[in-house]
Design a protein around this ligand. Structure first.
Ligand SMILES: Cc1ncc(COP(=O)(O)O)c(C=O)c1O
Length: 463
């Protein structure tokens, strides 16, 4: 029998209490050190407090003026006048659209809309405060139950934003004695979570899991907990990690494996269930499944599916859940309805696969550089630098195609690209029209004298 003291704590309890106290002392000491390091602040140089002089803002203005010199419009923040899917309307004109994450066309689905309307009627538009204090709505529990079941996990918790899900989860489960390891191209939310946690952060080259294994072999012993984070379908490149290999590595090094399946759900695998479906892996081999409601699930928000202890912990300890409003009832209802359709209508996933393949093969046949894309819904076409990517996007816009350029700092400058998101609602004729338009736009941009002095065109290197 374990020994107990007067407060009823056993040895393990006392050890944990000591650890908590020590962590608190360490945190206070670290704060004090930071305060001291900050102490006497010299007077600010002229203009430093002006928002216009923020470094990022100056870079933004420089990019805009360069674009204006070569006659390019701003391709971002366009105003859509309809629910954007395979097509959209901008400025009264219809476009074939490749800028929507609505992979299975569920944002328009009558059942999804109906579910959202019914939830508004019953519970209003807002959960009005944190679920901890304002309580829950039936839609929260229904959605969490369905997602937990989908990923074969004990439980699930939904957050109001996918980005906040990663930040709050990684930030809450790791501390200064821990390590987070991620790919070089990891989503910003993963990096922000790692920074918040104060764990040591290391990256390995994109999909180079041998490098991951070597890294952990050399440094694992220096840390208490280790978290490996990967994405299910990489949002910038459209390629897929080797899940069975990752499971082996995480076991070998006694690490947690977290998969951000934001773009995998609805897209990957014969049934579109996500990365585990694609790899034929038991989803329970992954410790933490993260996903967003904003893509296939036609809503807004994020989720973590995993063991009960993790979910209970996050519901009490992660800032993005405890100190933020609960998911709005119509969004929870819409996501549940969308998930039910994913399960019921596998034909949507087949259609998405077919149109994606059509696009991918047509691009490859023409020798275009699609980077490392596997041809599932996300297909980049490399432009070689940011100006060309924006110019190509504009050339396509003029031809009735809406596709966003992805430029530095979202990707390295030489990896600037157009990124095409396919949906199950795209038709073969639209793909043909688009491929032809890309061909024309590439020729037009290449022939533009003001572009020719910029190195790197037309295809650049791989991402
Ligand atoms: C891989 C990945 N994780 C997380 C997020 C954040 O999700 P959300 O946009 O739903 O906040 C995104 C957003 O696109 C993403 O691509």
């Amino acid at each position: 029998m374990k020994s107990q003291n007067r407060t009823g704590l056993d040895e393990e309890g006392r050890r944990r209490l000591d650890e908590m106290v020590q962590n608190r002392v360490d945190a206070l000491a670290a704060d004090a050190k930071t305060q001291n390091a900050r102490a006497p602040v010299p007077p600010s140089p002229d203009g430093v407090m002006d928002f216009q002089n923020l470094a990022g803002y100056r870079e933004l203005k420089l990019q805009r003026s360069m674009a204006a010199i070569v006659g390019l419009d701003n391709p971002y923040f366009r105003l859509h006048e309809t629910a954007a899917g395979a097509t959209t309307i901008i400025g009264g004109r219809q476009f074939i659209n490749y800028s929507s994450y609505d992979y299975l066309g569920l944002n328009h689905h009558p059942e999804v809309r109906e579910a959202a309307h019914a939830a508004v009627d019953a519970f209003g538009t807002s959960a009005s405060a944190s679920r901890l204090v304002a309580g829950e709505r039936p839609g929260h529990r229904a959605l969490e139950g369905a997602l937990a079941q989908h990923y074969g996990q004990e439980d699930c918790v939904v957050f109001v934003s996918g980005h906040a899900t990663n930040v709050s989860t990684i930030g809450a489960i790791l501390g200064p004695k821990d390590l987070v390891v991620h790919e070089s191209l990891a989503h910003n939310s993963i990096l922000a979570g790692a920074t918040l946690s104060r764990a040591e952060r290391r990256s390995f080259p994109h999909r180079d899991f041998i490098a991951l294994d070597l890294l952990l072999t050399s440094i694992r012993r220096r840390f208490e907990r280790v978290l490996i984070v990967v994405e299910g379908l990489y949002s910038m490149d459209g390629d897929v990690p080797d899940l069975p290999m990752l499971v082996e590595i995480k076991r070998r090094h006694n690490a947690w494996l977290m998969v951000d399946d934001a773009h995998g759900l609805g897209v990957l695998g014969p049934k579109g269930y996500g990365l585990f479906d694609h790899s034929g892996t038991d989803p329970r081999d992954v410790d933490i499944w993260m996903g967003t409601l904003s893509k296939t699930l036609a809503g807004c928000g994020g989720f973590i599916a995993g063991p009960t202890a993790l979910v209970e912990y996050l519901k009490c300890m992660s800032g993005g859940f405890v100190y933020s409003v609960g998911l709005s009832p119509p969004l929870a209802a819409a996501a549940s309805a969308a998930l039910a359709i994913v399960h019921r209508e596998p034909g949507r996933v087949d259609r998405l696969r077919r149109v994606s393949r059509l696009f991918f093969d047509a691009a490859k046949t023409r020798g275009w550089n699609t980077g490392t894309s596997a041809g599932f819904a996300i297909i980049p076409i490399m432009a070689g630098n940011s100006v060309f990517a924006v110019a190509l996007s504009q050339g396509l816009f003029e031809r009735g195609i809406n596709v966003q350029p992805i430029i530095h700092p979202a990707v390295p400058e030489r990896a600037a690209r157009l990124r095409f998101f396919l949906t199950s609602e795209h038709r073969a004729e639209q793909i043909d029209e688009t491929i032809q338009a890309i061909e024309e736009a590439m020729k037009e941009v290449a022939a533009n004298p003001s572009m020719q002095s910029i190195p790197g065109f037309p295809q650049g290197g791989p991402a």
